[in-house]
Design a protein around this ligand. Structure first.
Ligand SMILES: *Cc1c(COP(=O)(O)O)cnc(C)c1O
Length: 458
């Protein structure tokens, strides 16, 4: 019997108070933050949906594990435990601990990349692309066609286009392609899942062409939930078995443990090939730390080892994905345009569709972000022309292809009533739709402007 009420499969024994503020205060805070929520203080925020990365609540077992963390420089107990859990999950013999996902990316892609090299992915996450391009290599995104259509009902919109993959290999030459990266779930593509069949096919094409197949497995447990739920033949498997099977196709895996590792910091690189591992271990020791701790303290490795087990608990995963879906479906029913079906870790709203009255060069996504904050103290992020927009030679905005707003949901942090509150805030924001105002940028840095840009209301 599946009950309708989604309840948290945990109870609370330590609380972190939220700062309850008034709308007048929030208007003032937002003005002081130049209408950029990245410049707000966390104490000014009620519900923080800025990111699901590193914002998880740890369990009592993880906290207990921290106390038992072994801080020996080499061969620590905590390392043995961490290595065993990661090895069991990925099935790969060489495990390199790093302080977060992008450190693993820097090590692998600086070694494999360089001028004249190419990488292909369903969608490169921004740090992935940045590490690849920084090495001088080029990055191609080839999601399936349905991924670009907000409302296309495809169960695995995170899939890679295998026909395009074959075409690119033919065009660029297999020897020039340093790696094919499958990101599960596809974060930059709306947190959409990748099917087992797609992973199997991509792996087959890579291996026929002797190309390294890399799995970016930040959200592999959430992806396993969707496979169990939607892909034929996986109903009887455990979430962990599904994740293990997906890893079995890959030659290398990268993980930011700040996502499905259920911790606040950490990551790893996992490899099958000894020569590649030797080369990466050298970089690891030069830039992160010795091979049995990398960028992590013993207590961090304990917490990750425990988190990677807890994340596959069916009660947890069901609560996690149903809760994200619940928020998305409720907004969908109210007519809020969004990426559908709802992904694993976040709800992505189409701000251009929500505010047709605000032109793209007045940043409709940023306008919605500001409205959600002033109305309900909800902090989220624009993923549109503020983040990815460029200027032409006359200084005119070249907008991003989509104007999205992402509500990313931290793991085990908010309860169902917090989610209900967010839905209620949307009612007010919908009512005030026609009076919402766009914004103008008054100050911006050269790179990654969304973090520090300043705005004023139009
Ligand atoms: C977060 C993330 C990364 C980078 O990990 P960090 O721990 O933030 O450095 C890489 N790939 C994907 C898909 C991610 O979501």
């Amino acid at each position: 019997m599946q009950f309708k009420t989604i309840f948290e499969p945990f109870r609370i024994k330590m609380v972190e108070p939220l700062s309850v503020t008034t709308e007048a205060q929030r208007k003032d805070f937002l003005k002081q933050a130049h209408y950029n929520p990245f410049l707000l203080k966390s104490d000014q925020v009620l519900i923080d949906f800025l990111t699901d990365s590193g914002t998880s609540a740890m369990s009592q077992n993880q906290w207990a594990g921290m106390m038992a963390g072994d801080e020996s420089y080499a061969g620590a107990r905590s390392w043995t435990k961490f290595e065993k859990v990661v090895h069991e999950l990925t099935g790969m013999p060489y495990i390199l601990p790093t302080h977060q996902g992008r450190a693993a990316e820097r090590i692998l892609y600086s070694h494999l990349g360089g001028e004249g090299k190419y990488f292909i992915s369903n969608t490169h996450f921004d740090t992935t692309r940045a590490n690849i391009e920084f090495s001088g290599a080029l990055a191609y995104d080839i999601p399936i066609l349905e991924a670009k259509d907000f409302s296309a009902h495809h169960p695995f919109k995170g899939n890679m286009d295998v026909i395009k993959l074959k075409g690119l290999i033919h065009e660029l030459g297999a020897a020039n392609i340093s790696g094919v990266i499958l990101t599960v779930t596809n974060n930059s593509g709306g947190g959409q899942p990748v099917s087992m069949q797609n992973a199997r096919e991509v792996s087959k094409v890579c291996h026929e062409n002797k190309i390294l197949f890399i799995l970016d497995m930040c959200r592999i447990a959430e992806n396993a939930y969707f496979i169990h739920d939607r892909e034929k033949g996986f109903e009887g498997k455990t979430y962990k078995e599904i994740a293990q099977e997906m890893c079995s196709f890959a030659d290398a895996a990268i993980m930011s443990a700040k996502k499905d590792g259920l911790v606040n910091m950490g990551g790893f690189l996992s490899l099958r090939n000894k020569e590649l591992s030797d080369a990466c271990t050298q970089l690891l020791i030069i830039t992160e730390g010795y091979s049995t701790y990398g960028g992590l303290s013993g207590r961090d490795m304990e917490a990750i080892a425990i988190g990677l087990e807890e994340v596959f608990d069916p009660a947890y995963l069901q609560y996690r994905i149903r809760s994200t879906t619940y928020l998305g479906e409720a907004l969908y029913k109210k007519g809020v345009p969004l990426i559908y079906p709802i992904g694993g870790h976040a709800v992505y709203i189409d701000a251009k569709g929500f505010y047709p009255n605000i032109p793209v060069d007045h940043y409709p996504g940023q306008a919605l972000v500001c409205e959600l904050y002033t109305t309900g103290g909800i902090r989220c992020v624009e993923v549109g022309s503020v983040m990815f927009g460029k200027y032409d030679e006359h200084g005119k905005l070249i907008p991003a292809p989509m104007e999205l707003v992402r509500l990313a949901i931290p793991r085990r942090v908010y309860t169902q009533s917090h989610i209900d509150f967010v839905i209620e805030v949307f009612d007010e924001v919908i009512k005030a739709k026609t009076s919402a105002r766009g914004l103008r940028i008054t100050h911006e840095p050269h790179f990654l402007r969304h973090f520090t840009a300043q705005f004023e209301l139009i």
